[in-house]
Design a protein around this ligand. Structure first.
Ligand code: FAD
Length: 291
């Protein structure tokens, strides 16, 4: 974690594009509430195989216009061709977007081909080739390793390929064990990776949702967290409060150990993210005096 300490911690929140008028209204109030935390940027996910391409674009533009805060679209490349990615990049440049989260993504079930890109490092290289230094490129990192990784070491080496291709910083999959993150960062640094590796934080909202996401993305839910959640049953208020406490302690630990930033998977909700941010003292004044 030595070289990570040089960075002033950054804070960001992730949204997904809303699909219904009710979900649009929820996101509008969430983005307004989280904007008051003065984050460095918001990011907006991209559905598998480009399924939310237009909604991602519209959501990004709406956030930028209404909050005045930088908004970064995610782009996944699997199943796409050069010209599709190229025209999307051109559209973002035309609309004043300069930060992007570049991912491989996962093929939706029933898809027949990979398209031009097999891995995210190819997308990062393509973005650099087409647009030079225009974009600040974020990539994904996996302290507990990607579910398809053939080994821990090969996953770290594959992560480095994205940095070598031109990524500027990384955001991790969420985790509840900070030691997995510290060790991952140390291993990356040993390979010469010297970009900020920002920690992804998932506030626990429901037990079912947490287990479903974790099974899909390979994040480990520690036994002690699971046992506590099971004890709460349907008591959503206690689960939320427990989730806030767990995330607060994790963030405090990470900040004390020099994490270069925290990226909150907000799930388009503001209550838990705001509570955690207040607990750890993220507000304009603290941010300005930090680092
Ligand atoms: P890669 O970095 O390409 O890695 C995927 C796998 O391939 C790994 O096992 C890796 O070890 C291996 N690999 C990588 N490069 C090579 C290579 N050159 N040769 C051989 N093997 C290689 N998904 C979405 O669909 N939309 C989103 O908006 C989205 N946002 C995300 C945001 C964050 C911060 C994170 C952490 C994940 C996000 N995901 C999103 C999920 C992500 O798309 C999946 O985890 C996907 O399976 C891998 O994407 P990646 O960019 O990490 O892939």
């Amino acid at each position: 974690m030595q070289s990570q300490k040089q960075y002033k911690p950054k804070f960001s929140f992730e949204f997904y594009p809303p699909r219904t008028p009710e979900a649009v209204a929820t996101l509008q109030s969430t983005q307004a509430a989280l904007a008051k935390m003065n984050p460095d940027f918001f990011s907006v996910t991209y559905g598998a195989g480009g399924s939310t391409r237009d909604m991602t674009f519209e959501t990004v533009m709406d956030i930028k216009a209404k909050t005045g805060i930088e908004a970064a679209p995610h782009i996944s490349c699997i199943g796409s061709q050069d010209n599709e990615i190229k025209s999307l990049l051109e559209k973002y440049i035309e609309h004043g977007i300069s930060r992007i989260v570049a991912l491989r993504g996962d093929l939706p079930s029933g898809s027949i081909g990979y398209g031009r890109f097999h891995y995210a490092n190819e997308l990062v290289a393509f973005i650099r080739e087409q647009t030079g230094d225009h974009f600040h490129i974020e990539v994904a990192a996996y302290p507990e390793f990607h579910p398809q990784a053939s080994s821990a070491q090969s996953d770290i080496e594959n992560f480095k390929k994205k940095i070598d291709a031109g990524a500027d910083s990384a955001i991790t999959q969420y985790f509840y064990n900070p030691f997995a993150y510290y060790r991952f960062v140390d291993s990356c640094e040993k390979l010469g990776v010297d970009i900020p590796i920002v920690a992804g934080i998932m506030p626990i909202i429901t037990c079912t949702q947490l287990l479903r996401f974790s099974a899909a993305c390979g994040a480990e839910v520690p036994r002690w967290i699971l046992k506590r959640l099971q004890e709460f049953g349907d008591d959503r208020v206690s689960i939320r409060q427990f989730g806030i406490d767990v995330a607060t302690e994790l963030c405090e630990q990470l900040l004390a150990n020099g994490v270069p930033g925290l990226h909150f998977y907000s799930m388009n909700q503001s209550v838990a993210s705001i509570a955690i941010c207040k607990n750890i003292g993220i507000d304009k004044k603290i941010k300005e005096s930090a680092g």
